[in-house]
Design a protein around this ligand. Structure first.
Ligand code: SF4
Length: 377
């Protein structure tokens, strides 16, 4: 059986071809999984893919190595659990809900989903970030429209790129987020299906009236690390990837919340679990290392960057962030890192305080050359 393959962000029904087979992205509602859903995904990864599951920065998950012949069976297995967009529906909206959400926040997210049914078509990467705990914690996560809180606890609607937001009530917030999306389109933010809010704001556009920015959000919190929090236990994964059997084991511990930080939150757990394949030590250097699939799993990969990253990890200096990329596209980290290594046919290029696509500071390094850098002990 043949399956249509798309060259953009994958979804469940529109997978993307990669070097290890099809990549199938699932967007669980509100970035949450019941134990039954998690078990079904774990089984599907093993039955229809190569067993590997990615945790991308959009707080969703991807099954890797799916075969074209079994894609339809995978869809049939996961559809009854609400994990697949309805056939013929438009592209799913990108909504990230803070994993530290309470019941009111999830109610807001549900209301936004309903309100967006009548919103205009938006760029494929356009996203909504519901980050309304006491202080924002997802300020560095890609998104276009953000719901945050002011220092005195009021809800603020903020367009990415603006420092200030517009106060809204919880009743107004879902429709106001749609109104801001419509303003983005009407103001010319979308061209040929592409465009981001920050680009529009950088051109001098600014919403007016009820959407006008007037108030500062509360100061943002640092990126979370593995540990026990009020909602449960946060656990990390090397390069944001886990085996299906690991997900199945975690499903026995409770419902799961997906995060944009390559971690899962196990709801209600009051101690870190002892399950193989997890990162539970907040000092683990792999939490500061970003490495894409690279070769051979990605067709564009110029090297086995995860093997290189694993080899370098024990030597990485404290507080240093390292991005190891299979090519200049830099899928694993769109933002700058202290050090970025990019595999090329000639060796490894080094970029300092930049992104994978920035001009290299040094070219064609060997692994031993890299170890001589001051950021490695
Ligand atoms: S950065 Fe390049 S090699 Fe790595 S996953 Fe993206 S396209 Fe593939």
């Amino acid at each position: 059986m043949s399956v249509r393959v798309y060259g953009r962000c994958p979804s469940a029904r529109q997978p993307m071809a990669s070097g290890d087979g099809l990549v199938v992205r699932l967007r669980p509602p509100n970035n949450r999984l019941t134990p039954d859903q998690a078990r079904a995904i774990a089984a599907a990864a093993q039955d229809y893919g190569n067993g590997l599951i990615d945790l991308p920065a959009r707080a969703n998950l991807q099954l890797r190595g799916v075969r074209a012949q079994t894609h339809a069976a995978l869809i049939a297995a996961l559809s009854p659990l609400g994990l697949v967009e309805p056939e013929g529906s438009r592209a799913p909206r990108n909504i990230i809900v803070t994993p530290f959400a309470d019941a009111q926040t999830y109610a807001l997210a549900d209301a936004l989903q309903r309100a967006l049914r009548t919103a205009p078509d938006l760029p494929h990467k356009f996203g909504f970030v519901i980050d309304c705990g006491p202080a924002p914690v997802m300020g560095d996560i890609s998104g276009d429209i953000r719901l945050e809180r002011s220092p005195d606890g009021r809800l603020l609607l903020r367009a990415t790129g603006l420092a200030l937001g517009a106060p809204v009530t919880k009743e107004q917030a879902p429709q106001a987020m749609c109104d801001l999306a419509r303003w983005f389109v009407d103001a010319g933010g979308m061209h040929e299906g592409r465009g981001r809010m920050a680009q529009l704001i950088a051109q001098g556009a600014c919403p007016k009236g009820a959407l006008a920015p007037t108030d500062s959000p509360a100061p943002g919190l640092a990126r979370p690390l593995p540990g026990v929090v009020a909602q449960g236990a946060l656990v990390g994964f090397e390069f944001g990837q886990l085996q299906g059997e690991t997900l199945a084991q975690l499903a026995t511990l409770g419902p799961l919340r997906l995060t944009p930080w390559r971690m899962l939150l196990i709801e209600g757990l009051r101690a870190l679990p002892d399950v193989p394949g997890l990162i539970t030590d907040p000092r683990d250097p792999r939490l500061r290392i970003f490495a894409c699939t690279g070769a051979p799993g990605c067709l564009q990969g110029q090297g086995d960057v995860r093997a290189l990253a694993r080899w370098l990890a024990p030597e990485l200096a404290p507080d240093t962030t390292l991005h190891v990329s299979g090519c200049a596209k830099g899928c694993a980290l769109p933002t700058p890192a202290d050090l970025t290594l990019v595999a090329t046919p000639e060796g490894v290029d080094l970029i300092v305080n930049g992104r994978a696509g920035d001009p290299p500071f040094r070219r064609a390094l060997s692994p031993m050359d890299i170890l001589q850098l001051p950021e490695f002990s």
